[in-house]
Design a protein around this ligand. Structure first.
Ligand code: GLN
Length: 237
């Protein structure tokens, strides 16, 4: 079987609050099932490899998002083509914002996005910070958020999960993250996949099915991950 090829976008620049852990979680969940996997780090100036199955991107400070902005922009056509082709993507916080149409930072800097997701983000002078647990169609998602950008979903994007006011995409509309085809965006750091095993498997299942492999994944013992999720979900924000 050809290894599932996972691209890790900007591992050095966009990796706050443990987001690289999402790559580790997916790799380990494949290895535990004896499914071959290849991780390809893609930094500034690197070409996106061909035949990508999954693309992961993490969060970053506003300044870092500006630094990688031009490079990210140049990838727009490739990323849009990949999304149209059903490549599975998971973008956290800063990467989520950049997959949208644009991010207007709190300082007034406009960072153009690539328009893979029908969302726009505006910086605000408050930050949404804290532990967070939300219910999605793929089980409870448990993580941590810290952002000043407030994201509004357009018609093509559906919320990934529901939350209480004061949290999530914009602190007001009770939505958290978004889904558009096989592209997922979320504000949840943590890394979110470590405590959200059903969601992790949903990404793998979609990636395997897209390339014609069986998406039936052998069950794993997720007791520790679920216990960690319980503990984290009980913590005050
Ligand atoms: N810099 C962005 C914001 O503050 C994203 C932050 C992050 O990735 N945690 O909104």
């Amino acid at each position: 079987m050809t290894p599932l090829r996972i691209v890790h976008l900007y591992p050095h620049e966009m990796n706050i609050y443990g987001d690289t852990g999402n790559v580790v979680v997916l790799r380990r969940r494949l290895e535990w099932r004896d499914l071959p996997v290849e991780i390809v780090p893609v930094g500034i100036g690197d070409a996106l490899p061909s035949d990508v199955d999954l693309i992961l991107g993490g969060g970053g400070q506003d300044a870092t998002q500006g630094e990688i902005g031009e490079d990210f922009q140049r990838r727009g056509p490739d990323l849009r083509a990949a999304a149209d082709d059903g490549v599975v993507m998971l973008a956290i916080c800063g990467a989520y914002q950049l997959l949208g149409h644009e991010f207007l930072t709190h300082q007034g800097t406009r960072i153009a996005g690539v328009g893979v997701l029908d969302v726009v983000t505006n910086g605000s002078d408050t930050r949404l910070i804290g532990n967070h647990a939300v219910d999605s169609a793929w089980g409870r998602l448990v993580g941590y958020e810290n952002h000043s950008g407030l994201t509004t979903l357009g018609a093509a994007a559906t919320p990934l999960a529901r939350t209480v006011p004061g949290r999530g995409n914009d602190g007001r509309d009770s939505t958290e993250g978004c889904v558009q085809g096989n592209v997922f965006g979320t504000y949840l750091h943590g890394p979110v996949l470590a405590k959200s095993p059903r969601f992790a498997d949903e990404l793998l299942r979609r990636a395997l099915e897209r390339r014609g492999d069986s998406g039936e994944l052998a069950p794993l013992d997720d007791a520790l991950a679920l216990q960690a999720a319980d503990v984290a979900a009980r913590r005050p924000r």
